[in-house]
Design a binder for this molecule. Structure first.
Ligand code: 5AD
Ligand code: SF4
Length: 447
């Protein structure tokens, strides 16, 4: 590549949460709209975008080792690709990355990636540039339209977080809560449906805090947005993630009972079962208020599958307090969950709290928590055997004639028979594994 040429091919590598996956897809589309093609598998790209995650430790080290690997491959191939660092590590440590890694020519934060083409123009002239402002301007308006998406698509409706849990970097890297306007979201959802989506997952760091104004200028919340999207023909399923217990209102609970397209699944992080720990985390809920909330959701939708996030080894967490997390897990019976060892994040209040828990203790607690969560996930899957449900087919299986998709309860289901990607198949669940179920095809509703 001559230094003044635009790159011919790109690769976007996304780490972390679903919002990063969404941002990565949008960056890819932006590059494609500039005539840059996705690099074929196994081929070295002319431009590599590392779309990073900062939520837990070793994020920055991982970025530097990735950069090292890319430049090494470049030396071998006799030409160096352009490297852009995007995402939350870029936001948090952009200047440092520029200083430490001369191979990086672009640093772009999660609120500024619509400016990637400008940065690229400058990079091709040999100018390194950083763009990590958190502008009020709508980056989404500057992105190209979505033309082809898979049957299960993501739609970012809200970004940022005002909750300031004491362990979390999100309020610093993604900034304050911003809701995208109602009519933009209805329009983008329509385009996603035209582009092939049959399921849309509404994304936000704090999605249940989404707020807007409808066509009549009335103040509306997430439940109203869900009810509006459910009226779109061609859209069969709606999901949302991630929520905070403080923002779950009556209307959202009622929507779970009333909106057939809203899937019976709720990801509602609790983090810990001890009220002392929850207070130190600044979570603004107790174990009891969380359980009461779940009860109301279950009353509205009895077959609701529950998911959560947990942190073990938060500063000062005692064995007795950890036992309260295990007790809460036993009480809820999660269908699936994510659990993490507490990781001190620079700049957050918890990082400087006394009584940091030792690695050995945190490892042991994580293992015990995960054993309990795995047990419950298996139990949930086993209890699903015998059900006939709709599976949205989103992938081919390993063998010919095999298909993979998701049940309404977000379980992976595989089956054999006549189907294609995008079908909603009626499948009898016949065998449960820890991470997936085998099904028998009853009928397929063509895409
Ligand atoms: N250490 C460990 N886990 C964390 N999470 C957020 N910050 C940290 C941290 N510093 C977890 C929380 C959150 C999920 C996205 O990541 O459980 O819900
Ligand atoms: Fe982080 Fe808490 Fe906001 Fe979730 S609610 S993004 S854990 S600060």
């Amino acid at each position: 590549m001559k230094s003044s040429d635009l790159p011919r091919t790109y690769r976007v590598k996304s780490f972390g949460c679903q919002m990063n996956v969404y941002d990565g897809e949008r960056m890819a589309e932006l590059l494609a709209s500039r005539g840059i093609a996705r690099a074929a598998d196994g081929e070295e790209a002319d431009l590599v975008v590392l779309n990073t995650c900062h939520i837990r430790e070793k994020a920055a080290e991982k970025v530097y080792s990735d950069i090292g690997r890319i430049t090494k491959a470049g030396r071998k191939a006799g030409r160096q690709p352009l490297i852009a660092v995007a995402g939350c590590v870029a936001q948090a440590e952009g200047e440092e990355i520029m200083a430490r890694a001369p191979a990086v020519s672009m640093v772009v934060g999660p609120q500024a990636y619509h400016r990637l083409p400008e940065l690229l123009d400058r990079a091709t002239k040999g100018q390194r540039a950083t763009e990590i402002d958190l502008p009020a301007l709508d980056k989404f308006a500057a992105l190209p339209e979505r033309r082809r998406v898979g049957p299960a698509a993501f739609l970012t409706v809200q970004e940022g977080c005002d909750k300031f849990c004491t362990y979390c970097v999100v309020p610093y890297t993604r900034g304050a809560e911003i809701s995208r306007p109602y009519h933009h979201l209805v329009n983008e959802a329509r385009r996603l449906i035209e582009a092939g989506a049959r399921e849309i997952t509404l994304l936000g760091q704090n999605v249940s805090a989404w707020a807007g104004e409808d066509e009549q200028g009335r103040a509306v919340g997430l439940a109203d947005l869900i009810r509006r999207l459910a009226r779109e023909d061609g859209l069969e399923r709606i999901r949302y993630t991630t929520s905070h217990p403080a923002d779950m209102d009556d209307n959202l609970i009622a929507a779970h009972g009333e909106v057939a397209k809203l899937m019976p699944f709720l990801h509602l992080p609790v983090q810990a079962g001890s009220n002392r720990v929850l207070k130190a985390m600044n979570r603004s809920h107790t174990a009891e208020s969380y359980l009461r909330l779940l009860e109301r959701f279950r009353a509205a939708r009895p077959d609701l599958a529950l998911s959560g996030d947990f942190i073990v080894g938060f500063p000062g967490e005692t064995e007795a307090e950890f036992a309260q997390t295990l007790a809460l897990v036993d009480e809820v019976g999660y269908a699936q969950a994510f659990s993490f060892k507490y990781s001190p994040r620079p700049g957050t209040p918890a990082a400087t709290m006394p009584e940091q828990v030792s690695r050995e203790v945190a490892d042991d607690r994580l293992a015990r928590l995960q054993a309990a969560l795995n047990r419950d996930q298996m139990a949930f899957n086993k209890a699903s055997v015998g059900r006939v449900c709709e599976v949205l087919v989103d992938r081919k299986g390993k063998l010919p004639g095999q298909w993979l998709g998701k049940s309404p309860w977000l379980q992976s289901v595989w089956f054999e028979g006549e189907a294609q990607i995008g079908d909603i198949a009626r499948v009898a669940l016949v065998e449960a594994g820890a991470n997936s179920l085998a099904g028998r095809l009853q009928a397929s509703v063509a895409a």
